[in-house]
Design a protein around this ligand. Structure first.
Ligand SMILES: Cc1cc2nc3c(=O)[nH]c(=O)nc-3n(C[C@H](O)[C@H](O)[C@H](O)COP(=O)(O)OP(=O)(O)OC[C@H]3O[C@@H](n4cnc5c(N)ncnc54)[C@H](O)[C@@H]3O)c2cc1C
Ligand code: FES
Length: 255
């Protein structure tokens, strides 16, 4: 898919908590056919510390409105600069980047597992699965109920199950201890979130012979396969997370 570099208009910046927000961006031209799992590289203007673009997943796409969303957690100066954008501002992006999740086989029982802001690509993936005739189970974990993101949208996409670390909503604990992971059988699991969570889910899937794809969030600089700073050691050799990923099947990872 051809890459674009474009100034996109910010049409909204929805604050969820003091460190979580959703940017809604409008395309100048018709948006490309994004694939779930793909990401953008955003230029966060502001200081020399934010010279490198920041990778962010496509969170949701509305082709009727010609808009898409980025779900962002403030981690440092780049994401802080992005949090200050307001409707009417412009954000320079290189997009769409990376590979995508693969569709399950017909009749596969599907589970999506996401933790916190790491779950960003799962809403678009869930909608894509739904439009292809699947009704996935969606297991989402958050620190507490204030940080639950876009739950109504997820509910329209599949059967949602929640965990919170403080027990304020859903089962108390981490997604990796939720009963819906252990008490039901799955053929296909898609997972995004912190590495430790993805590794635990990958272990479970390996043990139970479940086809599983994870989306890696390795540090990136160029985002286009040039600098090699995002290399991941796989059974197929060293691969770039930015162009060979970010989505990998766990059978290819040396976890
Ligand atoms: C393919 C991909 C998709 C991503 N999607 C999203 C998304 O949808 N929403 C979102 O909020 N974040 C996402 N991230 C993470 C995001 O890119 C980083 O949080 C961001 O680049 C940090 O920039 P900063 O200037 O704010 O912080 P920095 O000052 O650069 O770093 C602050 C802290 O965050 C850590 N950090 C930096 N980059 C990453 C990273 N890639 N993964 C984990 N920790 C990091 C640093 O080690 C440091 O501790 C994604 C990363 C990748 C590789
Ligand atoms: S970020 Fe430069 S090669 Fe992947």
């Amino acid at each position: 898919m051809a890459k674009r570099i474009d100034d996109l208009k910010v049409v909204g910046n929805k604050r969820i908590t003091n460190d979580l927000f959703i940017l809604v961006l409008s395309g100048n031209d018709k948006l490309p056919d994004f694939k779930p799992g793909q990401f953008v590289q955003a230029r966060a203007d502001g200081s020399h510390d934010t010279f490198l673009r920041r990778p962010l997943s496509i969170h949701d796409v509305d082709y009727d409105q010609n808009t898409f969303k980025l779900l962002i957690q403030v981690a440092g100066k780049g994401t802080f600069a992005l949090s200050k954008l307001r409707a009417g501002d412009y954000l320079n992006l290189v997009y769409p980047l990376g590979n995508s999740f693969t569709l399950p086989d017909k009749n596969d029982r599907v589970l999506l597992v996401g933790g916190g802001c790491g779950a960003a690509p799962l809403l678009f993936l869930g909608k894509h699965l739904k439009s292809n005739g699947y009704t996935p189970n969606i297991l989402l974990g958050f620190r507490n109920s204030d940080r639950i993101i876009e739950i109504d949208e997820y509910n329209e996409t599949g059967n949602v199950f929640l965990t919170t670390e403080d027990g304020s909503k859903g089962e108390k604990g981490y997604v990796t201890s939720h009963s819906v992971l252990y008490n039901r059988r799955y053929d296909r699991v898609y997972c995004c979130g912190p590495d430790s969570m993805m590794k635990a889910v990958a272990d479970y899937c390996r043990k139970h012979n479940i086809n599983c794809e994870v989306s890696l969030e390795n540090l990136m600089a160029c985002g286009i396969g040039v600098c090699l700073c995002c290399v991941v050691d796989t059974v197929k050799g060293n691969l770039c997370t930015c162009i060979d990923g970010p989505v990998f099947n766990i059978k290819d990872l040396k976890w």
